[in-house]
Design a protein around this ligand. Structure first.
Ligand SMILES: [Zn+2]
Length: 169
């Protein structure tokens, strides 16, 4: 038994059988559906969240500071107190000279939006697969394969901000 949502989906990935049903379970942290290996699995954490959990400790201590995740990777970030950071490094001389960086709230996608993304991703995969057939060089194929992989993530229900903005904007 599990307290998380479970879905059975037909195989959609290259290493899955399209006639077989695979058990997906909601990530216990973000709600993205993640392939659950067996019937006994009661909770899963998706790899995106696993990566986040592996952040170095000094980043974690800043979690509740009101800074958005990833602020330390931003070229420039200004916090509410006017402190300026360049790639996470404070720039004391610039303090108070710039407007605080606007923090975009993570919005939850509606079911309709998700379906639209899945549809678009499926179309993209089809044309990428066609493209792949015409490619000669391994390095070119690699790029296309990576793109297919990313679209397949969307098809399997992964809608992280970074993925969606990379693929659909
Ligand atoms: Zn997750």
């Amino acid at each position: 038994m599990t307290e998380y949502a479970v879905e059975y989906r037909k195989g959609s990935k290259w290493n899955q059988n399209p006639d077989q049903l695979y058990r997906y379970m909601e990530c216990k942290l973000c709600g993205a559906f993640e392939l659950a290996c067996d019937e006994k699995t009661t909770a899963v954490t998706c790899h995106e969240c696993v990566i986040e959990m592996c952040d170095p400790p000094e980043i974690k201590s800043n979690r509740n500071s009101g800074k958005p995740s990833g602020w330390h990777f931003m070229k420039q970030f200004v916090d509410k107190g006017g402190n300026v950071y360049h790639k996470g490094v404070e720039q004391p001389k610039l303090k108070g000279t710039l407007q605080p960086t606007e923090i975009k709230k993570k919005k939850r996608l509606s079911k309709k939006e998700k379906q639209k993304y899945i549809q678009d991703a499926a179309i993209a995969v089809l044309s990428l697969k066609k493209e792949l057939k015409g490619l000669r060089w391994k390095k070119d194929k690699k790029i296309v394969l990576q793109e297919i992989k990313n679209y397949n993530k969307v098809i399997s229900g992964k809608f992280t901000d970074s993925l969606v903005s990379k693929l659909f904007s």
